[in-house]
Write a protein that binds this ligand. Structure first.
Ligand code: NAI
Ligand code: MG
Length: 489
């Protein structure tokens, strides 16, 4: 990865911001500047929208041969694989995730393009049985220009989740990565260019939320906004998008219940509790940040967590044995630390509780894996999304109470259940109001399966055929087969 000044990709050209403004991209591992990227002004965003609008309206992409579009997506997948090492290192250095996790992301991102590449030749309509002598059928057509706004926790993977289905549908795209972590999205733009994606079909703009993101959302030439991020920004986006009747999809946060019954496989549940809470530093919308534990194994679970959490090794994100890297920014680290202070007043600290003492980590934005026990569900550390390595452990008495606590937050994104009782598992899984659930595991995420939330975790689904639907309109066409005047007048 070359550590130099970057440009944005607008209308098939690599450009600086019109006023020449830049932003330093910082590595959370040591606070050093990794690169400078353009800081898009509203005018830059409008020029990207013009490019995407023109590319959609003149149609080099949506009117191309579907088979060729699929082949291009396969080519992009191959190129991601060929550059996986560099892409993974970039995300790892840019936002702090352990390199081994970043490598998984790169593999998933490549497969996401393969998956949607296969759909290009399978966009099919229906014929309807209608009362007239007519042929009535549907066509699936792209929704138009898609503005895509993504967060910093999975920079490459979120870029793939957004761009791949949009391209398969025939849309054109303006992608805005998070201001903290734009580097892998720019590398992906380079891959798209080399694969031959026509100019203006995908545009990648680097800029902030209030200026660049907000301009994308308010401009009437954008037909759809796909957003992943926090609820606060999500609500602002929905309101602004309403003015031009944009379609929106919202993938927001969670405070996800990880429910452990006494009849589980205990060691697996301990692993699942730690992985659910601490993978990607806990900076995961679907993190199992509330561990609900049957009170008959509560003490045993707390002891096991205290012992096994020692294996969650904090370290430089590029070290292969690192299990947890730094948080994305100093600001976010401070926000997480302030929640830890709240937790110390509300509940009992089991382990962690601050920045690590290791001098080798002093320059990075690290936080120890932190577990609070003896908590109840009304506490702030049980209700609010902390988005860091903080786990809140809550006891429950029976199945009904477990379900009640699991559902008692404004969110409904994900969750898991641990038990070997099949019928109980199904009963509980059916009662949890969330879009993504696991039994006896935590976190596996498949490009083939629908991703998204209930309640304030958002609406719409990404991935699978559902993710493609969000980029399609349905058109009905009726062909009169009776060649005679209507005779009405
Ligand atoms: P954010 O939601 O503000 O940022 C996510 C993306 O939205 C970024 O690209 C940002 O530039 C853009 N954005 C922000 N405000 C916007 C606006 N008014 N109009 C258009 N685009 C806008 O997330 P932030 O500030 O980084 O984190 C705040 C909290 O949100 C976190 O602590 C966490 O709880 C939650 N979050 C949830 C994520 C998820 O995956 N569901 C991802 C990131 C954050
Ligand atoms: Mg924000």
């Amino acid at each position: 990865m070359e550590k130099s000044d970057r440009k944005m990709w607008i209308g098939g050209k690599w450009v600086a911001a019109q006023g020449g403004k830049t932003r330093d991209v910082i590595s959370p591992a040591d606070g050093k500047v990794l690169a400078k990227v353009p800081e898009a002004s509203a005018d830059d965003v409008r020029s990207a929208i013009s490019a995407a609008r023109e590319a959609f309206d003149t149609g080099p992409w949506r009117n191309s041969v579907a088979r060729d579009r699929g082949t291009m997506l396969f080519k992009i997948a191959e190129a991601i694989r060929a550059n996986a090492k560099e892409l993974a290192e970039t995300d790892s250095l840019n936002m702090g995730k352990p390199i081994v996790e970043a490598e998984f992301d790169a593999g998933d991102a490549a497969h996401c393009f393969d998956y949607y590449g296969g759909f290009c030749t399978k966009l099919e309509g229906k014929t309807m049985t209608v009362p007239d002598n007519a042929l009535s059928f549907t066509l699936r057509e792209p929704v138009g220009v898609a503005g895509q706004i993504i967060p910093w926790n999975y920079p490459l993977l979120m870029s793939a989740w957004k761009i791949a289905p949009a391209l398969a549908a025939g849309c054109t795209v303006i992608l805005k990565p998070a201001e903290q972590s734009p580097l892998s999205a720019l590398m992906l733009a380079d891959i798209l260019e080399k694969a031959g994606v026509p100019e203006g079909v995908v545009n990648v703009i680097t800029g902030d939320g209030p200026v660049a993101g907000a301009t994308l959302v308010s401009d009437p030439r954008v037909d759809k906004i796909a957003f992943t991020g926090g609820g606060e920004a999500g609500k602002m986006i929905i309101k602004s998008a309403a003015d031009s009747m944009k379609r929106t999809t919202m993938e927001l946060g969670g405070k996800n219940p990880n429910v452990v019954f006494a009849d589980c496989d205990f060691e697996s549940a301990v692993d699942g509790a730690l992985f659910g809470a601490f993978a990607n530093q806990g900076e995961v919308c679907s993190a199992g940040s509330r561990l609900l534990v049957d009170k008959t194994i509560y003490k045993q679970m707390c002891e096991a967590l205290k012992e096994k959490v020692k294996r969650v090794k904090l370290g430089h994100p590029l070290e292969r044995d690192t299990k947890m890297g730094p948080l994305v920014t100093a600001e976010h680290r401070d926000r997480v630390l302030s929640y830890i202070e709240i937790g110390k007043k509300e509940a009992k600290l089991l382990c962690g509780g601050g920045a690590p003492k290791d001098p080798a980590l002093a320059k990075g934005f690290y936080v120890e894996p932190t577990i609070f026990v003896d908590a109840h569900n009304k506490m702030r550390i049980a209700q609010e999304e902390i988005f860091g390595p903080v786990l809140t452990v809550i006891p429950f008495s029976d199945e009904a109470e477990a379900i009640q606590i699991a559902n008692d937050t404004p969110f409904g994104l994900a969750g898991a259940v641990w038990t070997r009782d099949v019928t109980k598992a199904i009963r509980v899984l059916k009662q949890i109001r969330a879009g993504i659930l696991w039994l006896n595991t935590y976190h596996p995420t498949y490009n083939e399966a629908p991703w998204g939330g209930f309640k304030q975790s958002g609406f719409g689904r990404e991935l699978g055929p559902w993710g493609l639907e969000e980029y399609l309109e349905t058109k009905q066409i009726n062909i009169n087969l009776t060649e005679a005047p209507l005779g009405w007048y």
